[in-house]
Design a protein around this ligand. Structure first.
Ligand code: IPM
Ligand code: MG
Length: 355
């Protein structure tokens, strides 16, 4: 039995997750043993239980094999004190489930080559895997806060750190992913300035000695940001820390045409995972049936691959998505003249039909 916790969250989260659920229900009627249970997270958690990660949701997630998440955040929550903000629900569930390995593939579908903001020849055939460490770094480092200095001036501060075991375990994941791909791993850091990065580079290099077949390179994050738009196809797997990975994965998403196409997986040491689209809750278009559900549907494919080791089911979903793109169906974010514009619901139905 596949026990899946479904956490739609806020904004377009409910609409896109509903489409992914349709896909899972179709798989279930084909004999896959899927059990779905719903929970609140983000603003929805705050509204339901006064907490962006209600205890019931955390328990549900702990007891499930995998979690499917929509998105969190909304204007009405922006003025809440920080611990009550929707993003905290996301950060806490990542940390609470120990989901340290965040996989964000940037894949350009041939049908969408022209939707990219880069020239077609730069991105056609692009297939990068960004592996972002997800439970450490300046995101979680203590101490942090806003303090008053002796001279009376106020100061905001955060702490960046990475322990050896945190770097080691994510580096191993990176090298293992590279082994299954083109065997090239680029570790991204800021070792020319930050001690944390100097240490990161030292440990990644050490781990790399266990993977002699993988070609390891290192790149400073500023250069990596530039190379991603100059010549993105030079990358196979990018391994990086939490904050750099946050930024570079948003950048990489635009190479593919739309952030609405990108799924993600966040895994613990035993491949238990949380799966979510890379994009946010897009409150400006929520409730209008125009959001792109494909990133969420593709997140279900990643779930089948990584948590349940059902590669054939993953490919069936991915092929279904490819087919609707080939048929010319497009949501607004990937729409081009001559194509057929469809809404969120219709896109979900089309994927189910082509399964
Ligand atoms: C992401 C998001 C989150 C992050 C926010 C919403 C906390 O930007 O998943 O990339 O910074 O990790
Ligand atoms: Mg981000």
């Amino acid at each position: 039995m596949m026990k899946i916790a479904v956490l739609p969250g806020d904004g377009i989260g409910t609409e896109i997750v509903a489409q992914a659920v349709k896909v899972m229900e179709a798989l279930r009627s084909d004999g896959l043993k899927i059990e779905l249970e719903y929970g609140h997270i983000g603003g929805a958690g705050y509204d339901a239980a006064g907490d962006p990660l209600p205890a019931a949701t955390e328990k549900l997630a702990q007891q499930s094999d995998a979690v499917l998440l929509g998105a969190v955040g909304g204007y009405q929550y922006d003025t809440l004190p920080r611990p009550m903000r929707p993003e905290q629900g996301l950060l806490r569930i990542r940390k609470g489930l120990n989901l340290f390995a965040n996989l964000r593939p940037a894949l350009v579908y041939p049908e969408l080559v022209d939707a990219s903001s880069l020239k077609p020849e730069l991105v056609s055939g692009l297939d990068i895997m960004i592996l972002r460490e997800l439970t450490g770094d300046i995101y979680f480092g203590q101490p942090r806060g806003i303090r008053t200095l002796e001279n009376g001036e106020r100061q905001g501060f955060d702490t960046m750190h990475y322990s050896e075991s945190e770097i080691r375990r994510v580096a191993h994941v990176g090298f293992r992913i590279a082994m299954k791909r083109e065997k090239r791993l680029c570790s991204v850091d800021k070792a020319n300035v930050l001690d944390t990065s100097m240490f990161w580079r030292e440990i990644v290099t050490e781990v790399g000695k266990e993977y002699s077949e993988v070609e390891l390179s290192h790149m400073y994050v500023d250069n990596a940001a530039m190379q991603l738009v100059r010549a993105p196809k030079q990358f196979d797997v990018i391994l990086t820390g939490n904050i750099f990975g946050d930024i570079l994965s948003d950048e990489a998403s635009m190479l593919t045409g739309s952030i609405g196409m990108l799924p993600s997986a966040s895994l613990d040491a035993n491949n238990k995972g949380l799966y979510e689209p890379c994009h946010g809750s897009a409150p400006d278009i929520a409730g209008q049936d125009i959001a792109n559900p494909l990133a969420t549907i593709l997140s279900v494919a990643m779930m089948m691959r990584h948590t349940f080791a059902r590669e054939e089911v993953a490919q069936r979903i991915e092929t279904a998505v490819r087919r609707v793109l080939q048929q010319g169906l497009r949501t607004g974010d990937i729409y081009q003249a001559g194509m057929q514009k469809v809404g969120c619901n219709a896109m979900g139905d089309a994927v189910v039909k082509s399964l």
